[in-house]
Design a protein around this ligand. Structure first.
Ligand code: ATP
Length: 600
C-alpha cells in the first residue's frame, strides 16, 4: 500500500474539525488498506509503533537529531533548517517546505537519471521500527542514517508526516474513539459494531491487533475475545458522589462498601511463577515492586490469574498507611532493593478478572469477590480490601469515617446486582467513589488537560505562569476548556513548566481542542493535572459542556488551584465534560439544601 495514501489522509485530517468528517476520512483510508497491514496503519495514525504497555523501545530521536536528519535528507545546512523551524515553529512544516524545494531539483535529476522510490506503509513502518530498535554503540549514527534515508525517498507531505511521527507529535492527534468509529463503519457494518470493538479493545489494550482480527476474521471473532494473562485490561472506573443516601440509591439499594485506599492501582498478572504488574495507565511497573511480585507469587493460589488491587505505602515503625505521594520513591530505575526496604508497601486486592481460563469480567461482583477470597492467602501485607455490605446510609457513613481514620481516602461503593460486571475501560455507576472533603466547596478535585499557556508578568515575565485547562468530551473526542489556572504552583513547579511544556508547544490550536479564548501559546493535549477550586460556575468564555446547562455558557471553576501533575493519566482519562455537568448539578442541590443564614 503506497504510504502517500496515509500521508494524504493525515494531511486532510489536519484541516477538518468535525468528528464525522474525521471518521469518514479514516474510514476511506481503512477501506484502501489490505487487512494484513491494518494494524500498522492504525498504529501509524495513532502516532505509535506499538502499544506503550509492551515496553518496547521508543524512537529516541531528539529535536536536535531530527534537524540533522532533515539537513542531510534535503541537502541544506543545519542552520537553514533551524531558521525555518524558528519561522514556522514546526519541524514537520520545515521538512515539508525543504522537501518541496528539493523535489524540484530531484525531479530534474530523475528526469535524466530515472530513479525514484515510492514509499509503502510497510517500508516506512519497518524502517521506523529499525530506528527504535537501534540501541547501544553506534546507534545514534544508524538512527540518523535510517531516518534521513526515509526522508530522502519521501514527498513533501510524507516528510511532514514522518517528522511529526518521529517527534511524537501525532500521539495526541487522533483519539482511539475516532479510530474505533471508523473501524466500525468499514468492518462492522456501522455503529452497532462499535461496542464489540470497544470491549475487545478494553480487554486487549491494543487497537492495532483488534483492527487486524476484525479485518481478517470478522466481528464474530472479536466477540470471542477473552482476557489473556500478560496483556493488560483497561481498568474499570468509578463515578463520584458525596451523598450516602443517593449513592446507595444509585447502586441499587444494597451495595458492597470497600475502603478506598490511597495508593497506586495495580493489575497483577500471574502465570505459573511469572508475575507482571501493570499500572492504571497500563505501564509495566513490575520492576518498581519486586516485593509485591513476591507476595503475589507466594499468596495467590492459581496457575493463571489476573487480579486487581491497590499498592499502598506504610510507615515501617508504626504500620500506618501513608498517602500516595510516598510511592514516588519507587519510581527510580536503579537500586530498587534499597528503596523496597525503606519504603515498604501493602497490597489490598479488590477484584478478580480472570482465573484459569475463565473470563471473570463478565460475572457479577459477588462471584468475583468470593473466588478472589478463595485463592488469596492473606498475610499482614497482602490482603483483600476491607468491606461491608449494607443498604443503610448511616452505616455507610460510619464505615467511611472509619476508612478515613485508617488513612484511606474514603470508600468505594460497588453495586452488587446481577449485572454488576467488570466494565473494563468504562466509567459508570456500578462503582461510586465517595471521598474525603478537600475542605473546599468543591467536593472533589478534577483532572484536566493542559491545552494552552500564558506568559507571566513581573518577576515571572517571559515564562509561563498560567495554564489553560480542558476537560475531555468523549462523544466529540475533543478537549473543552474549563479554566485558567495560575495558582497552587510552587516555585519549583513553575521553574520546571518551561521544559515540561516545550515538546508540546504548537503554533496553532490543536484540532482536538475546542477553545474560544486565545492562549499565548497552544499546547498539545497530553499533560494532565489535578485541580481544585472554590466552586463550579457557568462562564461564557469556556467551552466545556457549552449550552448544556445554559445557552452560550460552559462550565468553569472559580479560583482554580493546581494540586499536582498526574503522569499516571492519559488525556482521555481526564475528567469528562459530562462529569463536570453532574458535579455542577450536585453542587446546586447542595446549595439548595443548605440552611439559610439566620434560620434555626
Ligand atoms: P479514576 O481512576 O476514577 O480516574 P483517580 O485516578 O483520580 O480517578 P480516584 O478518584 O482517587 O482516582 O479513584 C479511583 C481509584 O481508586 C482507582 O483507580 C484505584 O486506584 C483506587 N482504589 C482504592 N481502593 C479501591 C477499591 N477498593 N476499589 C477500586 N478502586 C480503588
Amino acid at each position: 500500500m503506497p504510504f502517500k495514501l496515509l500521508a494524504e489522509t493525515m494531511d486532510r485530517l489536519e484541516l477538518v474539525s468535525a468528528r464525522t468528517q474525521m471518521i469518514a476520512l479514516l474510514a476511506n483510508l481503512f477501506k484502501s488498506t489490505p487487512p494484513e497491514i491494518i494494524d500498522k496503519v492504525v498504529y501509524l495514525v495513532s502516532g505509535v509503533l506499538w502499544p506503550d504497555w509492551k515496553g518496547m523501545p521508543e524512537l529516541g530521536v531528539s529535536e536536535k537529531l531530527l534537524i540533522k536528519v532533515i539537513s542531510l535528507a534535503c541537502n541544506v545546512s543545519e542552520s537553514q533548517v533551524e531558521q525555518l523551524v524558528k519561522n514556522t515553529g514546526d519541524l514537520g512544516k520545515a521538512a515539508e517546505t525543504l522537501k518541496g524545494k528539493a523535489q524540484v531539483k530531484v525531479s530534474l535529476f530523475t528526469f535524466t537519471q530515472g530513479v525514484s522510490r515510492e514509499l509503502t506503509v510497510s517500508s516506512v513502518y519497518n524502517t521506523l521500527v529499525k530506528i527504535a530498535q537501534a540501541q547501544g554503540e553506534g546507534s545514534r549514527d544508524l538512527k540518523i542514517r535510517l531516518a534521513a534515508g526515509l526522508l530522502r525517498d519521501a514527498s513533501p507531505k510524507e516528510a511532514k508526516f514522518i517528522v511529526r511521527f518521529i517527534e511524537g507529535k501525532l500521539r495526541a492527534g487522533i483519539g482511539d474513539a475516532t479510530i474505533m468509529d471508523a473501524l466500525a463503519v468499514v468492518y462492522g457494518g456501522g455503529s452497532a459494531a462499535r461496542p464489540v470493538i470497544e470491549r475487545a479493545y478494553n480487554l486487549r489494550s491494543d487497537l492495532g491487533e483488534v483492527a487486524k482480527i476484525l479485518a481478517i476474521e470478522g466481528l464474530e471473532s472479536l466477540k470471542r475475545i477473552k482476557p489473556e494473562v500478560g496483556i493488560p485490561i483497561r481498568p474499570m472506573l468509578a463515578e463520584r458522589h458525596n451523598d450516602p443516601k443517593e449513592i446507595l440509591a444509585k447502586a441499587g439499594g444494597i451495595a458492597l462498601i470497600e475502603y478506598k485506599y490511597d495508593g497506586e492501582r495495580a493489575q497483577i498478572h500471574k502465570k505459573g511463577n511469572k508475575i507482571v504488574i501493570y499500572s492504571r495507565r497500563l505501564e509495566n511497573i513490575t520492576h518498581q515492586y519486586p516485593d509485591v511480585a513476591e507476595m503475589a507469587l507466594s499468596n495467590i493460589n492459581a496457575d493463571e490469574v489476573i487480579v486487581e488491587g491497590e499498592i499502598v505505602a506504610y510507615d515501617k515503625d508504626t504500620g500506618e498507611l501513608l498517602p500516595f505521594q510516598e510511592l514516588m520513591h519507587r519510581k527510580r530505575k536503579h537500586d530498587i532493593h534499597i528503596v523496597v526496604k525503606d519504603y515498604p508497601v501493602k497490597v489490598f486486592l479488590f477484584d478478580l478478572l480472570y482465573l484459569n481460563g475463565e473470563d471473570y469480567t463478565v460475572k457479577p461482583i459477588i462471584e468475583r469477590r468470593t473466588a478472589l477470597e478463595k485463592i488469596v492467602r492473606e498475610t499482614e501485607d497482602f490482603m483483600v480490601a476491607k468491606y461491608i455490605k449494607t443498604s443503610d446510609p448511616e452505616e455507610l457513613e460510619k464505615f467511611f469515617m472509619q476508612a478515613i481514620s485508617e488513612g484511606c481516602e474514603g470508600v468505594m461503593v460497588k453495586a452488587i446486582h446481577k449485572d454488576s460486571i467488570y466494565q473494563a475501560g468504562a466509567r459508570g455507576w456500578l462503582w461510586i467513589k465517595f471521598k474525603r472533603d478537600y475542605r473546599s466547596e468543591m467536593i472533589d478535585t478534577v483532572d484536566l488537560v493542559v491545552v494552552g499557556a500564558f506568559y507571566g508578568k513581573g518577576r515571572r515575565g517571559g515564562k509561563f505562569g498560567t495554564l489553560l485547562m480542558a476537560a475531555y468530551n468523549p462523544e466529540k473526542d475533543m478537549f473543552e476548556t474549563v479554566c485558567k489556572v495560575g495558582s497552587g504552583f510552587k516555585d519549583e513547579d513553575l521553574d520546571k513548566l518551561q521544559d515540561l511544556l516545550k515538546p508540546y508547544i504548537r503554533s496553532k490550536k490543536h484540532p482536538r481542542v475546542d477553545a474560544e479564548m486565545e492562549a499565548d501559546v497552544w499546547v498539545d493535549p497530553i499533560l494532565v493535572a489535578e485541580i481544585i477550586g472554590a466552586e463550579l460556575t457557568l462562564s461564557p468564555i469556556h467551552t466545556c459542556a457549552k449550552g448544556v446547562l445554559k445557552p452560550d455558557a460552559g462550565i468553569s471553576i472559580r479560583f482554580p488551584r493546581f494540586i499536582r501533575w498526574r503522569p499516571d493519566k492519559r488525556p482521555e482519562d481526564a475528567t469528562t465534560s459530562q462529569e463536570l455537568v453532574e458535579m455542577y448539578q450536585r453542587q446546586l442541590k447542595k446549595v439548595a439544601k443548605a440552611p439559610v443564614e439566620g434560620e434555626a
